[in-house]
Write a protein that binds this ligand. Sequence first.
Ligand SMILES: O=C(O)C(=O)C[C@]1(C(=O)O)C=C[C@@H](O)C=C1
Length: 387
Amino acid sequence: MTQLEQYRREIDRIDRELVALFLERMAVTGQVGVYKQQRGIPVLDAQREKEVIAAKTAMTDDPARKADLAHLYEAIMAISRRQQRQLVKEGLEDPGYAAWVSDMARARAPVQNPRVVYQGEPGCYSEEAAVGFFGAEVNSRGCPWFSDVFQALEAGEADYAVLPIENSSTGSIRQVYDLLAQYRYSIVGEYEVKVEHCLMALPGVAMEEIRTVYSHEQGLMQSERFLDAHRDWTRVPTLDTAGSAKQVSETGDRTAAAICSRRAAALYGLHILVEGTNYNSANHTRFVVVSPVPELRQGRDKISALFHLPHQSGSLHEILTIFAVQGLNLLKLESRPIPGRSWEYLFFLEFSGDLTAPGMDGVLHELSQLASEMRILGNFPSYEGVR
Ligand SMILES: O=C(O)C(=O)C[C@]1(C(=O)O)C=C[C@@H](O)C=C1
């Protein structure tokens, strides 16, 4: 027998003991579950969990093993809570869970022939996303700023907003995350647009004549490598890509160029000088469809939630353990600073699932109890189109 085989034999012996003890422990925590159910005691006992972890970490002096034991016991206790929740029906004591239940009570069916708002001028990528999601006949209009879009929803001037949330080259659109945190609105769908930027100018203008290039900051960032080859051009950020095409067209400035979509070039009568200025050929932007009233659309398989976690070490790890133990696929994690509370963050998590499926109420209880604040932003069908 090789040395490796000997080690593995030893590990197998230890594991047999570990598994037997784990199953024995689960049998006892199951009994605790029955006890709690009979007396209406909540499943989570955070104080007891702290004591369990402190007692285990005290059994070694090695700081690395202390941290390992803490993680191990967080996972073990998350598993026993999941087992207990299958027995115990909890009340609506967690505010995050209660808010979700009341949101669902006022969920509406999708609005027919909706009024849709987006940020930008006609011809922008957000309009393309609105057409893609709602169809070519969509009744949509653009607003100058992201905040105007939310205000239009607030004023009842629109039923839905279509907003970019992330780009596959440059990452998250932070302004949209911050507005989602500020307004208590719901995400009811998502859509992706393949973003292929072009450099365009007035008809007859040659590359040598260009001095200034206009685009949305995202268009400039996504075309950074192309622009780096033209360092003498001044880069001017604008409110949106299509707006920059409109501006070049209206001013008649022969030294100006815009970076935006092929569609915008046609709409504003500009001539395309360079196609595909974006450095990443797989350049996609994901848009969310936001509604002031919650909805639960058919085919929902993605959940978006916002968390404020207690400002203590390990709180994010504890939340992530729930996802692992419950077998939920975590799709995205984004953090945003909280104004006025330096180094505290709001976490936006996206994960797979249908919140109305059996057992998901237990997951929501778990998450809501571990977070200082939890808000479900939406449960909607994920984008299924071709990339
Ligand atoms: O002691 C309890 O109340 C239990 O339910 C057991 C247990 C554990 O697995 O140790 C599980 C969940 C509680 O949050 C605390 C501890």
